[in-house]
Structures are given as structure tokens and as C-alpha cells.
Design a protein around this ligand. Structure first.
Ligand code: ZN
Length: 121
């Protein structure tokens, strides 16, 4: 018995989000057909070509503990001890006071600006 499922997906033919009928291909578990209920455009998605694992999330062990005096490269994962939060450095910035700052996308706190390369007098 086959069950028809629907999912809202972007239709390349309508060029908008549309309700898609999902059909699994028998004998080819990885292949899924999406059929647009608006324009009846069909497209096949081969799930075997997609990465089974989501992008690796940073773990506490792979993060560098954040210290204002340190410098960090874009793409590096850091751990903020006070916030108990991990995040990835997304960009760097020169502050108006001439210091350096990094923008970090934290898992819990969202995008935050932190001081880096802090020079103590
Ligand atoms: Zn369509």
C-alpha cells in the first residue's frame, strides 16, 4: 500500500514554494520523486547523493577556549567559558577604538562580537 505524502518545496518550474507530492521509487530507496501540485513538474532527488551526516557540529574538545588577549582566525570554533557556549568565528573587525574584534556565531547566544588581541597596558 502506498501512502501519498505532501511537502512544501521550492519548485524550479513555478519558481516559488509549492506543495509537492512525494513518491518513493520501489526498489530504489534512495530515490524520491517530487511532483509539483501546481504545475505538475516532477523532479527526482537521489538521497544517496546527499550527505547522510549533517555538517559536523563543533564539540567542546575541538573548540579553543576564548581569551580576549588571543587572536582567532575565521572558521575557528571557540568556547566561551562564562557563557558555556560554543561558536564559530564568522568574521573579523577593526573596532573604532583601534582594537580588534571577532564576530562569533554562538549556538545559544547567536551572533556576538568579542574582543580579540586585547592589549593590556
Ligand atoms: Zn511547480
Amino acid at each position: 500500500m502506498s501512502k501519498t505524502k505532501y511537502l512544501t518545496q521550492h519548485c524550479v518550474s513555478c519558481n516559488r514554494d509549492a506543495k509537492m507530492e512525494i513518491r518513493l521509487v520501489e526498489g530504489a530507496d534512495s530515490q524520491v520523486w517530487y511532483r509539483c501540485t501546481r504545475c505538475h513538474h516532477s523532479m527526482m532527488v537521489d538521497r544517496s547523493l546527499q550527505s547522510a551526516e549533517p555538517a559536523a557540529k563543533p564539540t567542546r574538545d575541538s573548540c579553543i577556549a576564548y581569551e580576549p588577549a588571543n587572536k582567532y582566525d575565521v572558521g575557528v570554533s571557540i568556547y566561551h567559558t562564562d557563557w558555556d557556549d560554543m561558536g564559530m568565528v564568522t568574521s573579523k573587525e577593526r573596532t573604532s577604538s583601534g582594537g580588534n574584534a571577532i564576530w562569533v556565531s554562538f549556538e545559544k547566544n547567536g551572533s556576538r562580537r568579542l574582543i580579540e588581541n586585547l592589549q593590556e597596558d
